[in-house]
Design a binder for this molecule. Sequence first.
Ligand code: DX5
Ligand code: ZN
Length: 220
Amino acid sequence: MKEKIIAPSLLAADFANLQRDIETVNKSQAQWFHVDIMDGVFVPNISFGMPVLQAINKHAKKPLDVHLMIVDPDRYIKEFADLGANHLTVHYEACPHLHRTLQAIKAEGMKAGVAINPHTNVDLLKDVIKDIDIVLVMSVNPGFGGQSFIEHTYHKVQRLKEMILNQNAETLIEIDGGVTNKNALELINAGADILVAGSYVFKAENQLETIKELKHLANS
Ligand code: DX5
Ligand code: ZN
């Protein structure tokens, strides 16, 4: 079985000590950095933008998994590629021409991701699933870290996994929001490949140990 991936979300890092927290992830068993960009329009919160991503890229030694919670992401695809994003995930709900957006992301050499909000039915991805490298299933409403996991997510992940297998697609399933050691194994059993964890990792006393345990659980 392919190794399951842990992607700590820097949204929960200490921004006054961002380099320190990036180095922790560099040293850890996590494979990716998850980076949340919010515009205050698509979601009711503003996180950080290009200059901060540039600073992250200077120190991060693992792939940058960039999650755009912004309207009209097409405007910035090239810029995110130039800033070092390895994966660029856009929201289904923000893209009227999703197929075109996915092609544009790939044309810039990045993996193309699509995020779906908790209310968005996975069936809506049926006609485009083979063009998607990563489906990010939001297990909280996007915009804030530290929220409680929505239990219905398990069911969505199962249905999505079935769709991927039925179509012989190679799409990976990523879960974002409220991930902890309490739901990690059940998410993996439902079909998840990547677990994003923000507060659970960065609010922990021992971050390296927390990442290690989560990775072990996901790969058990
Ligand atoms: C929420 C973001 C998440 C967030 C997860 O909109 O997309 O990546 O950082 O944070 P936790 O793990 O604390 O729910
Ligand atoms: Zn995210």
